[in-house]
Design a protein around this ligand. Sequence first.
Ligand SMILES: [Zn+2]
Ligand SMILES: [Zn+2]
Length: 338
Amino acid sequence: MKAVRLYDAMDLRVDEIQEPLPPPPGFVNIDVRAAGICGSDLHNFRTGQWISRRPSTAGHEFCGRISSIGEGVEGLSVGDTVAADSRVYCGRCPACLSGRTNICEALGFVGEICDGGFAEQVQLPARLVIRHEVSLDPRVAAMAEPLAVALHAVRRLNLPPGEPVLVIGCGTIGGLSGLLLSRLHDGDLMFSDLKADRARMVAEICGGTAIDMAVPTEVAAHLNGRRLRYALDATGSIKAIGNAVDLLSGGGALALVGISHGRLELDPNILVEREIGLLGCHAYENELPEAVSLLPQLQKELLEFSDVLTSLDDVPDAYRRLVDGQTDKLKTIVRIAE
Ligand SMILES: [Zn+2]
Ligand SMILES: [Zn+2]
């Protein structure tokens, strides 16, 4: 079968490899239908930072159809349409036992510590698949995982009703967070991105306003006397995070869900005096089922967010284009099978 495998930093290849063996007890085999390219896939491609085995079939955002089932698996049948959970957690450490599987002490991700979804078939532990409606478009079902990441970050903010929120960075997670906020929150939404037209596009789709957060007078003019107390950073940019802390009024929080490079210089008195919470958000806890249940009502917007490749052969070129920032869309999805 065909699989897109990462060998080293900047070395991604389309290979012909052996199909997975019949699933052992507790596992299922899946025919992959669609898979999304994630910012963390690109980060790993660019830096090789998380390569723990090589080559490894990349991809942790995907959906498919169950083709065979190992012994002892309950609640799943051959032919079920499923989305994948990206988190390979141990289930035994104190974090897992407390229900916080996203901060498992031995956490790894599909596509890194085991083969992932940029392939015609994949084998996963049955606990990492979740059924979805057959009628759901695979391009949409493949976005269950990043939607769960966004949902976790939005939940971490714990917004009081009516609060304005600033979403910083209009990539996948920023856009999906904005989309969720537009459905789950009733406050004013603002979007900022270094690319102004991207912020405008996301603001238009989610129902919000594009602003330039680097211009505090613009933010203040939009707020028109109201205070900004909550923001979500999906960039990881040290500069953006610093600017956000400066922008926030007291008594709110900043959720951090981007991957950063470098160190933040921060006067902790700002956090103390204004009681601002800095909330790290890693993957998701138990939000995947809820994210899957939200997909049908977000289908139209999710399709507007995405670009589609029709073959696994196109993935390496797409990685290079995306690393160079050559895309107007928030998510690139590869269609693999019907
Ligand atoms: Zn991802
Ligand atoms: Zn664990």
